[in-house]
Design a protein around this ligand. Structure first.
Ligand code: UDP
Ligand code: MG
Length: 332
């Protein structure tokens, strides 16, 4: 990294542009909610004193959201949009948005389905003004199905227990960040992104703000169970070496059991002249150790795969076009 970059990213530096706010919102097939979203954003930003840019990331929608977004940003200069070349997923869409934020601007990250109420910006800003670089939303009450609630509850606590950084529980990507935090996020090139974890890793001064998370205003969730698992996996493997340590420990336990079993067999043979019966025991042990072997291979494979993905060093996403100030800019 160049020295000038290092200096401009260094902690303690005053942000150049304190009066600027960018609201970053990824959208994927949000046709139903989009008009409502714009309405709520309009009434929120008209009361803000700083200069505001709303930055949509159109993540390859197929339901007409793309056209709605395009109309909006061509018509209203407070709104900009990045159009990705296809669906890249929430975390990468968010990454594309953060990369395009103007230097010095504070950044408010929202979901497009109004589960993160834009009106909370004032509460977030006053909290930030107490001297924080990141204020993240903490879900006090969650409206979701019973199973999802339990799954979320267990997951956040499990990941907090085993990860190498202090991940806050019950908080997602909904947050307000100073530019210097965004600048650090933009320096991170990993392709499998768990942004809430990366944000925590960065440090500076961070705090949570409780809010009630409503149901999505319209449309359906874009996170299927399998996508949720993928995200959970990223959180687990990218922020912890516990899985590998656990497998090593399991290996040690299996070895201890087999040594104990073997000594017992020898003892019986020498002192009681008894040959081992126990076909069942042998089969059980073989099956068990094969299982543990496979599990271990899986865990190691997961890390190898992640390294392989990183080694390819592909760009994280592809931008088709970028409209800012009503005009099309050239993508990177
Ligand atoms: N999203 C996206 N790309 C995707 C999936 C989701 O940009 O591939 C956006 C989506 O439009 C929404 C946000 O990410 O603004 C969160 O998605 P969703 O509300 O479906 O997730 P949930 O709140 O159910 O976890
Ligand atoms: Mg949602």
């Amino acid at each position: 990294m160049r020295l000038s970059e290092q200096i401009s990213n260094s902690p303690g530096e005053k942000d150049a542009n304190m009066g600027q706010l960018t609201i970053v919102i990824p959208l994927y097939n949000e046709k139903e909610v989009f008009p409502l979203l714009v309405e709520r954003l309009n009434s929120t930003i008209q009361h803000l004193e700083c200069s505001v840019e709303v930055l949509f990331i159109e993540d390859g929608s197929t339901d007409g959201t793309r056209q709605l977004v395009e109309l909006k940003v061509k018509d209203d200069k407070r709104y900009s949009a990045i159009f990705l070349s296809r669906n890249h997923g929430h975390q990468l869409a968010l990454t594309a948005g953060l990369k395009a934020v103007k230097m010095g601007s504070d950044v408010f990250v929202l979901d497009g389905d109004l589960q993160d109420p834009p009106e909370l910006i004032n509460a977030f800003r006053s909290k930030m003004n107490e001297g924080f670089d990141v204020v993240y939303g903490v879900r006090k009450k969650r409206k979701a199905s019973f199973f999802k609630k339990i799954a979320y509850w267990v997951y956040y606590r499990m990941i907090r227990g085993i990860s190498s950084i202090n991940l806050p529980v019950d908080s997602g990507d909904f947050c307000l960040m100073r530019y210097r935090v965004v600048a650090q996020l933009n320096r991170m090139t990993e392709n499998d992104r768990y942004i809430r974890g990366m944000r925590t890793w960065i440090g500076f001064r961070q705090t949570g703000l409780e809010y009630e998370r409503p149901d999505r205003a319209a449309g359906t969730t874009k996170y299927s169970w399998s996508l949720l698992f993928k995200l959970a996996y990223s959180g687990l493997f990218n922020f912890s070496r516990k899985p590998i340590q656990l497998v090593a420990k399991a290996g040690a336990v299996v070895i201890a059991i087999s040594v104990f079993y073997a000594s017992n067999v020898i003892y019986q043979k020498i002192f009681h002249d008894q040959n081992p019966e126990g076909f069942t025991a042998v089969v059980t042990l073989i099956v068990m150790s094969t299982g543990i072997n496979l599990l271990a291979l899986g865990v190691v494979g997961e890390y190898v795969y992640r390294t392989f993905e990183l080694a390819k060093n592909r760009p994280l996403y592809v931008v088709e076009k970028f409209i800012r100030n009503g005009l099309e800019e050239l993508p990177e």
